[in-house]
Design a protein around this ligand. Structure first.
Ligand code: ADP
Length: 492
């Protein structure tokens, strides 16, 4: 028997994160937050993490200036073996290494996402390039953790083109942040750009319907593990209502499917140290200081300045997913002389127009800020009493977690991560984190808002207790990072 304790010499788990966006370089939604915060939480659990993403034009110069050139090579892609440049630019930040894949043809123009016709080639190239870069740098991870459809081809290339190369020893995990977006196009377009053999374009892998190829579907088939960002969403996506056409595929693969809820970075989202807030606070002075933040918010947004008003915030992409048709339908009914509504978001012109209209006819009571504005988001989280998240579907949702951290009571629909993270208020015991409703119906949303108002106006002691309970809730990454690590360890 060996005299060494095997556990004591076990090397840290090496993980490569591959995804299309990462805060603070580029973020369009929750994926960007996760790509930033989860690697940091894993490092605290003694993992070695490298994050790989495209070197987009829109990444601020202050980061580009600090990047170090690590090498370049030519790589073949496509059926005709066309050669493409792959450059590697590297940056280290707080113990995490970021490798940016440089190719001007794909990444040095427009926004990160410019439409599927161009995005399919872009992310075929990206997926193949990341594996080639890992071989080039001779950094072979135990696990390659891929995120959303843009990294969907990584598990496919790993087990085909790269199977006999050094990186072929790695295992793969594919996380679904949002199943609605899948990377689908006609089979010839996908065949050409991936350069993958014909047999993969049949049913169990790429093929969808008669003529389409689906990148996410192929990745899910080949990944060693699939995770998604809440337990409830992991169940929901196996049903036709939430499965976005892949429910049967996911049901078939459910022995390797896990739900792990997201956290938030509690250093960035900390009301005690948040430099963007007019008044910082913790649980000792939250009730008073939130009023100061409310007054500052009202003043900034042209609302009547009065901290006795019930302020409802909504911070969201303005799309159907977020339940905005319900909000639109009850907008006037949720307003009253003691209620104000603040909306921050951009998206579907239909909703942008509707919310601008509601502001114009409710001056002083409604503000619709149709923009992406990080600073204002912080001020709304701090200055609102309640945050509305009535989503049609919500894989995890971060806004309700941030709201609770800032002592703002979430009003949510019981779906996906919203259901897993917001315990409904119990009128008997006074316990719970927020107000919830189940079926996707306007009257139920209005009822949830009215139940919230009733506690706020008629039972302030219990409301304030809920504010403090929400602030004390653990919404950090630590627990979830441990669950990811358990799966990584199982894989290696
Ligand atoms: P999704 O990823 O579906 O858009 P999430 O709730 O997972 O939704 O994440 C949304 C993230 O984006 C949160 O950090 C939220 O604060 C931020 N966000 C959304 N819209 C805006 C906006 N208009 N301005 C600033 N931040 C926003």
């Amino acid at each position: 028997m060996s005299e060494f304790n095997q556990d004591a010499v076990r090397q840290p788990c090496k993980v490569a994160f591959i995804g299309s966006e990462c805060y603070p370089f580029v973020k369009t939604g929750g994926l960007g937050d996760v790509m930033y915060a989860l690697p940091r939480a894993l490092i605290r659990q003694n993992c070695e993490v490298r994050v790989m993403m495209p070197l987009y034009r829109c990444i601020p110069d202050k980061f580009k200036e600090k990047m170090v050139y690590k090498g370049d090579f030519m790589m073949d892609l496509c059926l005709d073996g066309r050669q493409f440049y792959v450059g590697i630019m590297e940056l280290e930040m707080d113990g995490v290494i970021y490798d940016f894949i440089d190719n001007r043809e794909f990444f040095d123009w427009g926004n990160p996402y410019t439409g599927l016709w161009e995005d399919i080639p872009k992310y075929c190239y990206f997926a193949k390039a990341t594996l080639a870069v890992l071989n080039y740098m001779e950094w072979i991870p135990d696990v390659i953790h891929c995120h959303d459809w843009q990294a969907g081809l990584v598990p496919v290339y790993l087990r085909t083109r790269f199977a006999e190369t050094p990186v072929g020893a790695a295992r793969s995990m594919l996380t679904i942040h949002n199943l609605r977006f899948q990377g689908i196009c006609g089979i010839p377009h996908m065949k050409y750009w991936t350069g993958l053999p014909d047999y993969l374009f049949d049913y169990p892998v790429f093929k969808q319907n008669n003529d389409d190829a689906n990148m996410f579907k192929a990745g899910l088939a080949f990944a060693d593990r699939i995770t998604t960002v809440s337990k409830t969403y992991a169940e929901e996506i196996q049903t036709s209502f939430y499965g976005e056409g892949l429910n049967d595929h996911l049901y078939y693969h459910n022995s390797k499917l896990y739900g792990i809820v997201n956290g938030i970075d509690v250093d960035i989202w900390n009301p005690k140290t948040d430099k963007l807030l007019p008044a910082t606070y913790d649980s000792a002075d939250a009730i008073e200081q939130k009023k100061a933040n409310k007054r500052a918010l009202q003043e900034k947004l042209g609302l009547e300045v009065d901290d006795s008003k019930f302020v409802i915030g909504l911070i969201s992409r303005l799309t159907d997913q977020k339940g905005l048709d319900l909000v639109n339908a009850i907008f006037q009914e949720m307003l009253d002389d003691n209620t104000q509504v603040v909306i921050l978001g951009t998206g579907d012109p239909r909703y942008e127009g509707a919310f601008r209209y509601y502001e114009s006819v409710n001056k002083g009571r409604v503000c619709s800020y149709i923009q992406y504005n990080e600073g204002l988001a912080h001020q709304i989280y701090a200055g609102s009493d309640a945050l509305l998240v009535p989503s049609l579907f919500e894989p995890c949702g971060l806004t309700q977690l941030i709201a609770m951290r800032y002592g703002t009571v979430p009003i949510v629909r019981e779906t996906g991560g919203l259901k897993d993270t917001v315990e409904p208020y119990n009128t008997e015991t006074g316990e719970g984190n927020g107000f919830t409703f189940d079926n996707y119906q306007t009257d139920l949303l209005l009822d949830a808002i009215n139940r919230g108002k009733a506690v706020y106006f008629d039972d302030r002691g219990r409301w304030d207790e809920m504010v403090l309970r929400d602030m004390a809730k653990d919404v950090s990454w630590e627990n979830s990072a441990k669950q990811y690590l358990e799966i990584y360890e199982e894989l290696r």
